[in-house]
Design a protein around this ligand. Structure first.
Ligand SMILES: C[S@@+](CC[C@H](N)C(=O)[O-])C[C@H]1O[C@@H](n2cnc3c(N)ncnc32)[C@H](O)[C@@H]1O
Length: 202
């Protein structure tokens, strides 16, 4: 399989080497909750949830959230965060490219999992996200904007892999997803920035 392995991510969590982790929930999540994009009682999946700051924030807001990650150390850290805050959420150690929810959900909160996957897997992942959502469900995405000089020469660099907007339109085509008009909010994260997109599954 092209790209980083499960052991790569497991080692990051086990050694505490997580430069992407901001130590709290992404402020964009609260913007989306305030805007009514996700509401209490809705069923939401967080693929590649990592330590799970957003899983905990959603659980606190009364959202029925499922955190998914294939690194057991990430899920252990997420469980510890929930327990420390007396919060409840469903957690699964599973591969986002293979896992299926028992029933379609209302929303997916995709924060830098796509950019953790080698582009060879993007089509499969986009199919999964579509299958997980009910028609009319929301895909809230924070996609990494990390263009590299090497890409001008054909090199694919990552993780994080740059999520160019043209690639996003191709992965999530207007025939299957409703796109709002740009400009989209950008939020700073680590060395790059994230583009905040909310797509509706048709
Ligand atoms: C860059 S980290 C982001 C973590 C979290 N979303 C955050 O923003 O703090 C990427 C996460 O995706 C997980 N991941 C990568 N590939 C995965 C896969 N195929 N299935 C499940 N999780 C995966 C990694 O274990 C890691 O926790």
């Amino acid at each position: 399989m092209a790209g980083p392995t499960r052991d790569f991510w497991e080692a990051r969590f086990s050694s505490g080497s997580m430069p992407w982790d901001r130590g709290g929930p992404n402020p964009q999540l609260q913007c989306w909750i305030d805007a009514g994009c996700i509401t209490a009682e809705q069923r939401v999946i967080v693929p590649g949830c990592g330590q799970g700051w957003e899983v905990a924030a959603m659980a606190r807001a009364g959202i029925r959230v499922t955190g998914l990650d294939y690194a057991p150390a990430a899920i252990d850290a997420c469980r510890a965060l929930l327990t420390a805050n007396q919060l409840d959420a469903q957690l699964c150690v599973a591969d986002v490219l293979a896992w299926k929810p028992p029933m379609p959900v209302d929303a997916v909160y995709e924060q830098t999992c796509l950019c953790a996957l080698h582009p060879d897997h993007w089509q499969r992942y986009a199919e999964q996200l579509h299958a997980w959502l009910r028609p009319g469900g929301s895909l809230m995405m924070l996609v990494a904007q990390v263009p590299s000089e090497g890409s001008a020469h054909g090199f694919i660099k990552g993780p994080p892999y740059h999520c160019d907007i043209n690639a996003m339109r191709s992965l999530f085509p207007a025939s299957r997803w409703d796109w709002p008009k740009p400009p989209y909010p950008r939020s700073p994260v680590g060395p790059g920035t994230e583009l905040a997109l909310v797509l509706t599954r048709l």
